[in-house]
Write a new protein. Structure first.
Length: 289
């Protein structure tokens, strides 16, 4: 059907699994390729079989409207954000590009029929200058151009892809708690059944992901504390259809045969199509010996 193939220009851009807030003027995706023609005497133009690709650079450009301090170091490399004073965020240059300055950058859009389209740039970095035009009665709109960087161990593998999803996604995300082993454990693992939105993958605090966690699902007193703990959620396989996370918990003794239960926080888990996990969803696993 025609509406299956009409791609809409609006979408969500995320950097390092964090959605960029408001934008203005949209964005642009381009793969700049360099070609070399191998010419010979007598040629009148391009000759089949004698064209080489000598360079290929994927770029995603976006114009941002909101300068959120927490995101600045994802927008530009070689910066440091100091929050020692709780009343002020201080951004300074470091003159050094670190591994953390390279991020997975995605644009998630859809067709007229609602089928998802996802553009992904791997190891992307913005090498534009920190250049903010300050014009009377106008807003500052920095332009970020993310370039995908090649993996030095796979220099002939282009670091970008476009995923066209075949079906309109109405599937609700499902969390599966993997069975913990008996004995003292300091973490649990949750797997999901589909690609998740950047906002969900940006959750790094267990309190923002779980509403409850029990050592024994049938014992109201067997509660495992899930109070705020920074960096207590770590995500893996983030760009796949089966992402999972490891959640740090206080040392807890699990007993073989008992049922551990995790409850998802309402609206915390969202897939790329915007489908939310059902409120108060339980995920149970029986402890293995």
């Amino acid at each position: 059907m025609p509406e299956d193939n009409i791609a809409l220009g609006d979408g969500v851009i995320s950097v390092g699994s964090v959605d960029i807030a408001l934008t203005r003027g949209g964005g642009q995706f381009v793969v700049e390729r360099g070609y070399k023609q191998i010419s010979a005497d007598g040629d009148y133009g391009i000759v089949k079989g004698r064209t080489r690709i000598i360079s290929s650079q994927a770029k995603l450009t976006v114009n941002i409207l909101e300068l959120l301090p927490a995101n600045i170091t994802k927008f530009y490399p070689g910066l440091d954000r100091n929050t020692t004073d709780p009343n002020v965020d201080v951004i300074t240059g470091t003159l050094e590009i670190l591994d953390g300055d390279y991020n997975t950058v995605t644009w998630t859009g859809r067709t007229l029929a609602g089928k998802a389209i996802v553009i992904t740039l791997e190891n992307a970095i913005n090498l534009e200058n920190l250049d903010w035009s300050m014009v009377d009665k106008e807003e500052i709109i920095p332009v970020l151009t993310y370039s995908a960087a090649y993996d030095p161990a796979a220099r002939t593998t282009e670091p970008w892809n476009i995923s066209f999803y075949d079906n309109v996604d109405s599937v609700i995300p499902v969390a599966t708690l993997l069975a913990p082993s008996a004995g003292a454990q300091t973490s649990i693992i949750l797997e999901f059944n589909e690609r998740l939105a950047a906002a969900t993958l940006a959750i790094t605090d267990r309190f923002n992901l779980l509403s409850a966690l029990k050592n024994d699902a049938f014992d109201t007193a067997a509660v495992i504390a899930i109070t705020t703990l920074a960096n207590s959620v770590q995500w893996f396989n983030k760009t796949s259809s089966n992402p999972y996370c490891i959640i740090t918990i206080a040392s807890t003794t699990f007993v073989a045969g008992e049922t551990v239960r995790a409850n998802m926080k309402a609206s915390a888990v969202v897939d790329v199509a915007g489908n939310e996990i059902l409120a108060a969803t339980n995920s149970d696993a029986i402890v293995i010996a």
